[in-house]
Structures are given as structure tokens and as C-alpha cells.
Design a protein around this ligand. Sequence first.
Ligand code: AMX
Length: 436
Amino acid sequence: TKSLKETLQEVIPGKQEQLKKLKAEHAQTVVGDVKVENIIGGMRGIKAMLWEASVLDPNEGIRFHGLSIPDCQKVLPPAPGGKEIIAESMLWLLLTGQVPTEAQTRQLSRELAEKGDLPPFVEKLVDSFPATLHPMTQLGMGVAALNHDSLFQAAYEKGIKKSEYWTYTLDDCINLIARLPTLAARIYRNVYKSGTPLPALNKDLDLIGNYSALLGFGDNHNLTEYLRLYIALHGDHEGGNASAHTAHLVGSTLSDPYLSYSAALFALAGPLHGLANQEVLRWQMAMQAELGSDVSHEQIKEYLWKTLKSGQVVPGYGHGVLRNPDPRFIALQEFCDARPELQESSIIRLVKKTYEVAPDVLKEHGKTKNPYPNVDATSGCVLHHYGLTEFKYYTVIFGVSRALGALTQLVWARALGLPLERPKSLSMDAIEKLIK
Ligand code: AMX
């Protein structure tokens, strides 16, 4: 059985060759233009970044090395006794572009479990935070502190060849992915469970099986399966989103993976990025409190209009890039449809009914470019139903997940020798001069 590193070692030369050819033959080929609206509009639409693991099509949604979500659900090995995609098989696909065998997946699970313990000083650091400090702030600080053990940084200080950067980066990324659930679960217990001690990592469990057990939900198979799917699906959403882009930008300075991903987490903590799932839950629960559990489509329609007329957005709908229902939303909806306990959940039923009327209301409202649900329309509601009810913690789970894609790209950035990011900025006066 070839290990992840050995597999990457085989894949990298082909990609390096592809990049060399692109540079040699097409460095001057034009693939888009830049309008003033792009400069003042958050750089939307500008094709300006190399990102290997996934590409987002506005109509079809995300593809990981060409594989759609249903493709991944067919081919990626699940956990023993489980059915859903798991973080390890998704990580393997993102990093190598290949589907791992079951044996490779298990080997990676074991490696991650063996590397998952936190250094004692990080445990102490996290335990010293007040429970009132936001869990995302705690996660970002914990991840930054883990750079104490960065192999890349230590090797760089000693002096290594550029061609060796990626191997140390990979080692750091694997160590960080292994430790993230332990760190995130420790924060959960400190904030919500009075610091009750964590169980030991089980070397025979997958990464998210262990995460669920560390959180205290080891016996809750449904929640564990949901977390596996949620975390695999949120693993990567191409490179331009704020958290992925932050990791890439910081990493381009040759900051190590811990510092790069810590910065990414603070981008994810923003209300326009990682907080949407908790907003959906809050909004659906307010709807339920006002209208009761047995609501008609007509009543939901009225509630939607009330939200819109008060100048608020309908949370869970719309997207910066997507122009169709988010395939991640569809995958989560299918998860709900297949489970009787979720079929009976009043909040999940309300989410589904809302989906049946909201796109038409949003079309009539006429503002959003995408009237369809995004992944957050359901994601938080399922966590809540299965007993993970602490809203403020939901972005931390997203943060455990997004590491898969953001860290994959750091490995590729070093393997391909990508340079320091340095886009050109302009003042308004400078833009006006260009126009004249
Ligand atoms: N309800 C009401 N109005 C909406 C809307 C919604 N769900 N989505 C967009 N609009 C409005 C915008 O506010 C904007 O109005 P304005 O012209 O008065 O400023 C107009 O429609 C055009 O916006 P857009 O180009 O379609 O979207 P965007 O790229 O500017 O923003 C997003 C994308 C997701 C922030 C936006 O759709 C939104 O606020 N949705 C609700 C919050 C949400 O679900 N966020 C989760 C996104 C997924 C994720 O990253 N986790």
C-alpha cells in the first residue's frame, strides 16, 4: 500500500511539468479582463489565482479534481460501519487527485489518530482562556500556537532546498489536521461542558469518528455520520473564498501551515463567511416560535416577505458564485430524506417547506442573483436536531473542515514553487488617470 507521501511524490512531477508548459507556451495569453467594477467590487469575477484541488462552476457547483459530490459519494471509502464520505478519503482526493483505496484510507486514519494529541503547553494555553472568549478566537489562537512544532519552520531555519519545501509542509499539514479535532473538542468542553476531560484518541477510528467521541457524542452514530459528511463536503470550495484565500496569501510569504491556517480561521469567523449556518437556525427557530410547527406554505411565504420587507436577507439563500441550488445543500437534504428521525423533526420539516416556497419569493423580490438555497440552509439545523445545540460553536466545525482544502493548496503551492502574492492596488485618483 502506497502512503500519501509516496503517492504525492509520484503525482508532483507531472503537475510541475504541466505548469512549466503553461508558463512556456501561454504566459502572455489573455484569459479575461479587469473592469473598474472588479477593482471596487471585492475582485469578484477576476481569474487571478491558481488552485488545484477544486473548481466551482456557477451552475453545477463544486467539483473536486473533476469529481462532483455524487461522484465522491460513490467512490470515496467511508468509515468502517458508516456510509458517508470521510475527511481522510476527501483529503487524499484533494491532495493527490486520486481516489484512495480502503487500505490507504485506514492507514491515513491511523496516522492521524497517532498524531492527534496536543502538546501540553497548548492544552494549558487553551484551558487558560475564559469561557466567554469566542470559540473561533480560541481555535485560531490554539492553531497559531501549534507552530511551536512546525517542521517546515525548523527546516527552513537550518536551510533546505526549495524542492524540499513541500515535504515539510505536508508533514505540518498532516500534524495540524490530526490535532484540529482534539483542539476543537477541548475548546467545546471548556466552553460548554465545564472542562470535562477528553477521552483518549481511538487508533481504530477515523478522524471525525474521534472528533465526535471527543466532543462527547461517541454513542450518537447519526450525529457522527452527519459530521463526517458535513466536514467532507465543506472541505474545499475553490480558492477565492475569504478563508481559503487568506491561507494561500499568508502561506505565500513562506509562513508555516499553522500560521497560515490560523489567519484563515479569523477570516472564517466573519459574519459574511462562516457564521451563516447559525443565522439560518436562528431565523428558522424564530419562524417556528411565531407560527408554530404545523405551518402552511402560505404562512411561510408571508414570513419570507416580512423578513425581506424589514430589509433583511433570507439566510441560507443566495451565493457569491453559484447560480443554482448548491449541490452540498442537496447532499445534506438527501441525508435528511433518508433518515426517519429527521423526517419527523419539526425544524427539518420547516427547512424543507421553506425551500419549497423561498426561491419563488426571492425571484419575485428580484434582487438576488441566486434565489436558491446554499449549503447553510440546512447544515446548522441538523446539528441542532442531533443535540449539538451550541450555535456559537458551529463555525469551529466549519474550521475543522476547511483545513482539508486550504492546507492541500499550501502543499501544492510549495510543490509548484508558487511565488509571493502581490496584486496591484490603485487609488481612486489612479483609476481615474487610467480611464482618461
Ligand atoms: N435575501 C435577500 N436579498 C438577497 C439575498 C437573500 N438571501 N441574497 C442576495 N440578496 C440581495 C443582496 O443583498 C444584494 O442587494 P443590494 O443590491 O441591495 O446590495 C442583491 O441581492 C444582489 O446580491 P447578489 O449579487 O445576488 O449576492 P452577493 O454576491 O452580493 O452576496 C451572499 C452573496 C451569500 C452574501 C448573499 O446572497 C446573502 O447575503 N445571502 C444570505 C446569507 C447567506 O446565506 N450566506 C451564506 C453564504 C454561503 C457561505 O459562504 N457559507
